[in-house]
Structure formats: structure tokens, C-alpha cells
Unconditional design. Structure first.
Length: 264
């Protein structure tokens, strides 16, 4: 993509870019063709509404796009309703996961077999039928960030901006989709953003810059001693990288808590 051609020649209009970045928050949305019958998609395919009447089992949905090898992905899920029931989950899985298999049974579907990897609202990790403690319980309003690195084959989670560490590894060579599930009636999860990038010089530059900027204000970016085209690229495509590399200063939250638990 010719970045300059999208911004009126060589002029760097940061305010214009900052407003318009909100219109480019998604590289994938929920897939209305790959979901349980008890899931309704709302909000231009960004919100999943589970069991709108009552629940008699487990409902799940996956994203439209498959994650390609060599890409780096970041997305955020907001627990936008009450959080309760047997399980509400976030994770990834392959196309062989049957989203309707447990529609009459309450279970932790993401991670119940070897083809999916998930985190429960109880804060536990699930894969291949095994469970492991990882973090604290989610609440209504919790925002869970998911970082899938398909250069390294790892999946990490963030909770309200706090990095929780690598949850799963060994994911190279897997054909993965994002997934969420719920057993609870009238529950919602909202996709706040979904980003991806491939290996590039722009990405490496942004990753390095993000380690040295103390805040995420517009002045910090405007005053960087780097070419305007790189500033535009960061603001338009890679602002999410700042969350991954400096999340506590980016979101203005408390001290970073080191977490080293890993689960294969």
C-alpha cells in the first residue's frame, strides 16, 4: 500500500488519522455461518449474544478469518454482560471443532479436545481436556486481550491491559480461528478490535519505538524523530503494538505483574 497516497501527499495530519483509525479496528469479525444455533450476532458482527431465551447447553462461535502462519494477531474481547454459569470462554481452535456438539450439555468447550485452546472466565486454561490455573476470575466489563504470535507459535492473554504471560505454545503449523463460547443465558461478548501484521521493517520499527515512548499521547507520536510516513503507518496500522510492548504505560494502569505460567 502506498501510505502517502491515502493521506494527501506528504502532509502529516495526525488528528485526521487519529479520528479515522477507529474505523479500521477490525481485520476479522464473527462468522454467522460458523456458530451454534443459540448465538445471535449483533453490532455489525462484532457482538455475540448467547442463549437469548434460555440455556440448555453450550453455544460457541468462531471468527471469519483463519490465522495465517507468520502473522502476528491481537484482538480484545469485552465481557459485556453478567459473567456466570458453567463457563464462558475465549480462545482459538481449528475448523474441526464442532460448535454444536455440546448444545445440550454444559461444558468448557474451548480446550475440551486437542484442537482448541481456551481461557475460562474462572481464570483457568483449557486444552486437550486438561485444566490449569492461570489468572483471576473475569468480571462483567473485563477486557481480555489475546496475542497470537504465529512466528513463535504462542498465545498470550491480557486482562484489562495487564499482561498475563504466555498461556500456550507449540501452535506453529496449526490452522486456527478465534473462538468464544458461553453456557449462560442472555450473555454477551463484544469484539472491541482485531488486528494483524506480517513480518516487516515497519513492524520492527514500531515495536522498538513502543519500548521508548512513555505514554500514548498524540504529542509523543508527532514529535518522534522518524519519517512522517512511519508515523502514519504506526497510527493507522500498528498502534496496538504499543499495548503488547508497553501495556501498563499505554493504558495508564498499575505496575506490571510478572506471570510465568505456561501450558502446552
Amino acid at each position: 500500500m502506498d501510505i502517502d497516497s491515502n493521506y494527501g501527499g506528504n502532509k502529516f495530519d495526525f488528528d485526521f488519522n487519529y479520528r479515522n483509525i477507529q474505523q479500521n479496528r477490525y481485520c476479522w469479525l464473527w462468522d454467522d455461518k460458523n456458530k451454534s444455533s443459540d448465538v445471535i450476532i449483533e453490532g455489525d458482527n462484532s457482538e455475540a449474544y448467547f442463549h437469548p431465551d434460555y440455556s440448555c447447553g453450550t453455544a460457541a462461535i468462531r471468527g471469519k478469518n483463519i490465522f495465517q502462519q507468520g502473522e502476528e494477531h491481537y484482538w480484545e474481547i469485552k465481557m459485556s454482560s453478567a459473567v456466570y454459569g458453567t463457563d464462558m470462554m475465549i480462545g482459538v481452535g481449528t475448523a474441526v471443532v464442532d460448535l454444536n456438539k455440546y448444545k445440550s450439555q454444559f461444558c468448557s468447550i474451548i480446550g475440551k479436545d486437542s484442537n482448541s485452546w481456551g481461557i475460562s472466565y474462572f481464570g483457568t486454561l483449557h486444552h486437550n481436556g486438561k485444566t490449569k490455573d492461570y489468572t483471576n476470575k473475569f468480571e462483567r466489563g473485563s477486557i481480555i486481550g489475546c496475542h497470537l504470535d504465529l512466528w513463535k507459535g504462542t498465545l498470550s492473554f491480557y486482562k484489562d491491559g495487564e499482561p498475563l504471560g504466555v498461556a500456550f505454545d507449540g501452535l506453529l503449523g496449526k490452522q486456527l480461528y478465534p473462538m468464544i463460547s458461553s453456557t449462560a443465558a442472555r450473555t454477551r461478548m463484544s469484539l472491541l478490535c482485531s488486528f494483524k501484521t506480517s513480518f516487516s521493517l515497519q513492524y520492527l520499527c514500531c515495536k522498538e519505538i513502543s519500548k521508548h515512548i512513555p505514554t500514548n499521547s498524540s504529542d509523543d507520536l508527532i514529535n518522534l524523530p522518524v519519517p512522517n510516513t512511519l508515523k502514519r503507518y504506526i497510527n493507522w496500522r500498528l498502534d496496538w503494538v504499543f499495548k503488547l510492548n508497553n501495556p501498563t504505560t499505554y493504558l495508564g494502569i498499575g505496575p506490571r505483574r510478572k506471570h510465568t505460567k505456561r501450558y502446552k
